[in-house]
Design a protein around this ligand. Structure first.
Ligand code: SOE
Length: 397
């Protein structure tokens, strides 16, 4: 009975492929799902590496021809985990073949590609086909809880949103070129890789939308050793050098309106870099409202710091809420009270929400349209930076 199962094909098997494989396997063990995901086929370019990924992550088959796989009538879902340059082709072909599509972030490398993907997703939706972009941090329970608090008015009108995404894995100027440093494969650098998460989270938590941005981009290291065995995410450096064609760091400010933003709008500030020496995966979000504030740091991802101006004078201060209780989003399905979860669980939650949307006939969030909007923001930051940080409008769609 194939209707009880959801046969999944995953394209790409790098870091994100590993995270998604784990999620497909674990989701039905901890969450009730109306259809059981079946890890049917993993697709990659290199037969040996793909076979190794199949064996390691537990897929049934390994294939190298993604086109044949997305057209296979025995596949229900295509999960796109390959570099950004491949998203547009794979996702559109899969949607046209009637497969539900989960696509890693950022949705595409350009606005034009994202537009084409939204058009394909909308026409597929009319045939009951679902699509979702993988902004996984929405599914960190502490951030899902932060959204609930802000949406319920618990911090009042939002006056400030500050988001920093700080990593340091590029600090060594002699570290090798990876595909993430090549604009033809990754689209942009820190801006799209990690700045995209910050944009999505600020908008998701506040329910407000960025309308204009002003930004600056910087590339610190322009040339790096090429990888001896092609362009992957890691490996041995060769003695040849290649050109870095993306930003290393991005700073931008944006005007936010609607949702919980104060009437008339407010300003959000963003920084994204992979050169923040000592910061490994430091995603911090702080939202300041008229009656309270929330603060989050991914390096302590089970905590949310909550400030309430209604607390008695003398007792005010940020309270550390351990977001590990059954009352918190997603947590009732994990461990007994007080037991933390980690990075990989966010992908499990993503799979659970995606499968639930498929089986209940609803559009999952974030949709490809949300992915296109984030792409519009990234594009406006790039245009602003090229134009001396001029305030630049983001299209209203
Ligand atoms: C690399 O910088 C990266 O893996 C991002 O691509 C992910 O989206 C983020 O979760 C962690 O950092």
């Amino acid at each position: 009975m194939t209707e009880d199962r959801l046969r999944v094909a995953m394209v790409g098997h790098g870091f994100m492929g590993a995270a998604h494989s784990q999620a497909w396997r674990v989701a039905p063990r901890f969450f009730p799902l109306d259809r059981e995901p079946e890890m049917t086929v993993v697709v990659g370019r290199d037969p040996e590496r793909t076979e190794a990924a199949r064996a390691r992550f537990g897929w049934q088959r390994a294939e190298t021809d993604w086109r044949r796989v997305v057209e296979d009538p025995d596949i229900d879902v295509v999960d796109v985990c390959s570099p950004g340059s491949s998203h547009v082709e794979v996702a559109i072909a899969a949607l046209e073949a009637g497969k539900h599509v989960l696509c890693e972030k950022p949705l595409a490398n350009t606005v034009a590609e994202a537009e084409a993907m939204v058009a394909a997703a909308e026409s597929a939706a009319a045939r009951g086909i679902r699509s979702m972009v993988g902004f996984s941090y929405r599914r960190v329970p502490a951030l899902a809880f932060a959204r609930q608090l802000v949406q319920a008015g618990r911090i009042g009108e939002v006056r400030h949103a500050r988001a920093l995404y700080l990593q340091d894995w590029l600090t060594d100027a002699d570290g090798p070129m990876t595909w993430r440093l090549d604009a033809s494969l990754a689209g942009s650098g820190s801006l799209g890789d990690i700045g995209a998460h910050a944009v999505d989270l600020v908008e998701h938590i506040t329910g407000a939308t960025l309308g204009t941005v002003s930004g600056t981009l910087e590339t610190f290291v322009h040339e790096r050793p090429l990888l001896a065995d092609g362009v992957g995410l890691s490996g041995t450096a060769s003695d040849q050098r290649g050109q870095v064609t993306v930003d290393d760091a991005a700073w931008f400010t944006g005007r936010l309106t609607g949702g919980a933003a104060r009437p008339g709008g407010t300003v959000a500030t963003f920084e994204a870099t992979r050169y923040a020496t000592g910061r490994k995966n430091g995603l911090t979000i702080e939202i300041s409202g008229s009656t309270g504030a929330i603060a989050f740091d991914l390096e302590a991802m089970n905590e949310l710091h909550v400030y309430d101006t209604n607390a008695p004078a003398g007792e005010q201060g940020f309270r550390r809420v351990l977001v590990t209780e059954p009352e918190h989003p997603y947590m009732a399905n994990w461990w007994p009270t007080g037991h933390p979860i980690g990075y990989e669980h966010t992908f499990v939650h993503e799979v659970v929400d995606f499968v639930t949307a498929i089986t209940s006939g609803q559009q999952p969030e974030p949709s490809f349209a949300v992915g296109l909007h984030v792409q519009d923001v990234l594009d406006a930051v790039q245009r602003s930076a090229a134009d001396g940080s001029a305030w630049t409008s983001i299209p209203r769609r």
